[in-house]
Structures are given as C-alpha cells and as structure tokens.
Design a protein around this ligand. Structure first.
Ligand SMILES: [Mg+2]
Length: 287
C-alpha cells in the first residue's frame, strides 16, 4: 500500500459559494472535516488576490489558491520545504504567474483598438459605483474586484457585429478573449486546469513518497479545463445554467443539490466511499 495525499481544487461562485448569497454555510462542516483530515482545499477562481485574501480568512484556510482564472498561484511560504522554481516571493507567498501583467493588455487596448473605444467600458475606467450596478456587489467588494493584476474585463456597449470585429482584432494581436456572464475578459492564455496541473506537480515533488490524487469541483464553463485535468471531476449543479459539457466521463459526477449543498453532498459521498482514505493499492494508477 502506498499512502495517498488528496488535493481538492474548488471553484467559488456557484460552487463553494451560493450563486445568490455568496455564502458557504452548507459546506462549512465538510470544510472543517477536510481540515481535520489534512486534505487541502485549494480555491481556483476568477476572483482577484484582494478578494481571495478576505475569503480565505473567512473560510479559515491556509492553503495555496489560484486567482483570475489560472493567471497566478499564491502559495503560503512554507507550504513546501523549498521555494518552487519559477516563483517569486510577494509578502508571505511564493507566487507563480502564467500571464503577462494587466498593464500589457491595457496598453494593447489603448494602442490598437482606438476606433472601438466608445463601444466598451473597462474595469480600469469604470467607477466603483458604476461597477456595483453591473455586478450587484457592494462597494467594498467592488473595490477588491477592481484590483485585477492580469486580465482586463470589459463591459460591452456596442452591437454584436462590432463586438465580433473587436474580438477578431484582439485575437490577431495575440490576446485570449473569454466571454463571461457579464464581461468580456482580455488576457493571456491561461486557465484553471493549467494551474491545477502545475501545483499538483509541486505537491508530487514535495511528497515524493505519496500518491497525489486530485478532485476538482466547479459549476461553470471556466471550470472545464480544471475538471478535465483532475482525477475525479465533480460538476456542481447551478440554479442558472445547465452542466457544461465535459469530454471525460470516467470518474465524473454531477451533484443533485446546488452550490455549497452540492459541494458538501459530493465530498461526503467521496468520504463515505473512502476515496479520500489515507491509503490506496500501489498497483492502481491514480494519475
Ligand atoms: Mg462558478
């Protein structure tokens, strides 16, 4: 038997946090159980560092986390014995970045998309109060959401054919353009799956006597790469959209319940099936 180290990667909005209330209450007991079992819950979200710092405190987590849709990983210093290669120290974290900084994309927009400037508002030019109206967040939350370091979200005002021309231009200029629920995100080619793979490798290096086993939970389109990359994928049911389509079918489940209720439902089932148990047969391939 070889010992197993399980890592849980989780989306926030609509997954660990309720789509409407942004609360995790239904999953809090399960989070506590995982903490006691020394199973790290690694948040993997489109949110910013400023937003994550607050949420991490509220959830009482001291684990690495992934921000801005895989743009960067923040690893609390001393998570591993040695600082992983290709990371920099920022405050109390080792930081791995997968993206050019936000100002690169802002310059690109300013220098090459002048004729579209009346067709959109960007996070950097929108006031916090204007952004509150679009997002439904309160003023403090909006200030934290505005502190983006990587991709730039745009609020499109123009028509669809102009939007297509605008997106084509940005793709030609080398940007990755992701259509979100409320915003168009202009940034680099990174995603939640690439970040999961990189961080899992660091755990493998650190715990080289253990089998590292990954579980990912998410509800949205931007979770697909993360769900495809994990050993077990859990699609959490959303009250506002269908399950996004995955290629994988093996070790893939869909919850009955929504958001954090579904999150807890799935983790409790895995605990009951001993999929989070401390040892596995070494002969099995757990990726
Ligand atoms: Mg989500």
């Amino acid at each position: 038997m070889r010992k197993l180290k399980t890592l849980i990667f989780s989306d926030l909005d609509g997954t660990l946090l309720d789509h409407y209330t942004y609360q995790s209450k239904a999953a809090d007991k399960t989070l506590e159980q995982l903490k006691n079992a020394d199973i790290p819950v690694i948040l993997n979200t489109s949110k910013t560092f400023a937003e994550l710092e607050i949420i991490h405190q509220a959830l009482n987590l001291n684990t690495p986390f992934i921000i801005e849709n895989g743009a960067a990983i923040y690893i609390p210093i001393n998570t591993f014995n040695t600082q992983p290669a290709d990371t920099v120290v920022i405050d109390n974290y080792w930081v791995k970045s997968f993206s050019l900084p936000r100002h690169y994309w802002l310059n690109l927009l300013a220098e090459h998309t002048d004729e579209f400037s009346r067709d959109y508002q960007s996070f950097s030019t929108l006031s916090a109060s204007a952004l509150c109206k679009i997002t439904g967040l309160n003023l403090d939350e909006t200030e934290r959401a505005k502190k983006r370091q990587f991709a730039e979200p745009l609020h499109w005002l123009g028509d669809d054919s102009t939007k297509k021309a605008f997106i084509d231009r940005l793709i030609y200029l080398g940007a990755n353009v992701v259509q979100g629920g409320r915003f168009i995100h202009i940034g680099d080619f990174c995603d939640k799956g690439q970040a999961l793979i990189w961080l899992t490798e660091r755990y493998r290096e650190h715990f080289d006597n253990l089998s590292i086993f990954t579980i990912a939970l998410g509800d949205g389109e931007n979770d697909i790469a993360m769900l495809e990359a994990a050993d077990i994928a859990v699609q959490v049911r959303s009250p506002v959209h269908d399950f996004p389509t995955l290629y994988r079918q093996y070790k893939t489940t869909q919850t009955q319940l929504f958001g954090p209720e579904g999150w807890a439902e799935a983790i409790q089932k895995l605990l009951a099936n001993q999929l989070l148990s401390p040892s596995i047969n070494s002969g099995e391939n757990h990726g």
